[in-house]
Design a protein around this ligand. Structure first.
Ligand code: AMP
Ligand code: MG
Length: 347
């Protein structure tokens, strides 16, 4: 068991510096970013990186994102910065975009799970930038949750999952985006989105012109190129089922059936209709608010002892919606009301 210290960050960012010093020397530090909380280690310290996989129960073949705080650091992480990467960096960094590039020899293969490429991102949360800057090294960090469970978007979630497994948890409040970064691969012939996230398809298209979606994001029979995308992710303990807006009339019957089986029911909704669920969480009036609250809401349902959750899919399209639907579908294992197919095409 590790003694876990919690640091509250308000205006004075220097409270982070002791955690940064320990991180540089091999410690594990959970920290806020604008997407979700990250579980960070010194990218050059193979033992610390091994501890990340151990603390999360993360499969060894799932590579980590390397977080940098400036261009100089980026130059040491990658072999070269192609022109398209440069354009993306100018448009979206610091921010929720992870770029896959050829890795430099400086980065150990334990971080990239043996791949010759590396996923790299510059987060915009001031606490994350301070942590990287003060530790003086790039930080390898996956999301700060136990593998397979909903990602963490508040320090309380991280405390629940990782106390006793990490040296520091930095509390920087609620994450703004609430879903992970977009992952885009620039090592192939044309730019390809491997994971939808905080930067939208439309925004990427505006900068790059042509952008492709990885085929496996649209067809479940294909094997995903991004190793992490093949795993069950984000799942609450409760059974989760999704419902399309046009199928809302089925909700009362489904809840009634579950209640006769003695199940406690939960509803994640985007409207005021509650359908007499035992626990109701309104995920707000916009897809951006839904995205910010999704993981927090799934965790709250578990805390309330809900057995069965119905979550309404958002009506809008574009922007953050593909990322939101992607996470919801994964969390639900593809189960949608009145749909026999396991779905993956909603991106
Ligand atoms: P997480 O750290 O849990 O947010 O996941 C990071 C995502 O980026 C996972 O889906 C990884 O498989 C993916 N990833 C990281 N490095 C690479 C890489 N070099 N090539 C392709 N995908 C990557
Ligand atoms: Mg994750």
């Amino acid at each position: 068991m590790t003694m876990t210290k919690i640091i509250q960050v308000k205006d004075d960012l220097s409270v982070i510096d002791e955690a940064a010093a320990l991180l540089a020397q091999g410690g594990l530090v959970a920290f806020p970013t604008e997407t979700v909380y990250g579980l960070g280690a010194n990218v050059l310290d193979e033992e610390a990186v091994r501890r990340i996989f151990q603390a999360k129960g993360r499969p060894q073949d799932n590579p980590l994102i390397v977080h940098v705080c400036n261009r100089e650091m980026l130059c040491r992480v990658v072999k070269e910065i192609p022109q398209k990467a440069d354009a993306l960096i100018r448009a979206f960094w610091p921010g929720p975009l992870t770029i896959i590039l050829e890795k430099s020899n400086w980065i150990p293969v334990s971080v990239t799970a043996g791949l010759a490429t590396v996923a790299v991102r510059m987060p915009s949360h001031p606490a994350a930038l301070r942590l990287i800057e003060k530790s003086g090294v790039p930080i390898a960090a996956p999301s700060a949750n136990i593998s397979g469970t909903p990602s963490t978007t508040r320090a309380a979630h991280v405390i629940a999952d990782l106390t006793g497994k990490v040296d520091y948890i930095i509390d920087g409040g609620m994450c703004q985006v609430g879903l992970e970064s977009t992952v885009i691969d620039l090592t192939g012939e044309e730019p390809q989105i491997l994971r939808p996230g905080g930067v939208s398809f439309e925004e990427l298209q505006e900068v790059l012109g042509k952008v492709a979606y990885e085929p496996a994001l649209q067809d479940s029979r294909q094997v995903p190129k991004s190793p992490g995308m093949k795993y069950r992710h984000y799942a609450p303990k409760a059974e989760l089922m999704l419902v399309e807006p046009k199928q809302r009339e089925s909700i009362p019957t489904i809840f009634a059936e579950k209640k006769t089986l003695g199940k406690k029911t939960g509803l994640l909704c985007c409207s005021d209709e509650t359908y007499q669920a035992d626990v109701v969480i309104n995920c707000g009036s916009s897809a951006a608010i839904y995205a910010q609250r999704l993981f927090d809401s799934l965790r709250r349902m578990d805390e309330e002892g809900v057995d069965f959750i119905l979550a309404e899919l958002p009506e809008d399209e574009g922007g953050i919606v593909p990322a939101l639907k992607n996470r919801m579908l994964k969390a639900a294992g593809g189960r949608i009301v009145n749909c026999t197919d396991i779905q993956t095409k909603h991106i």
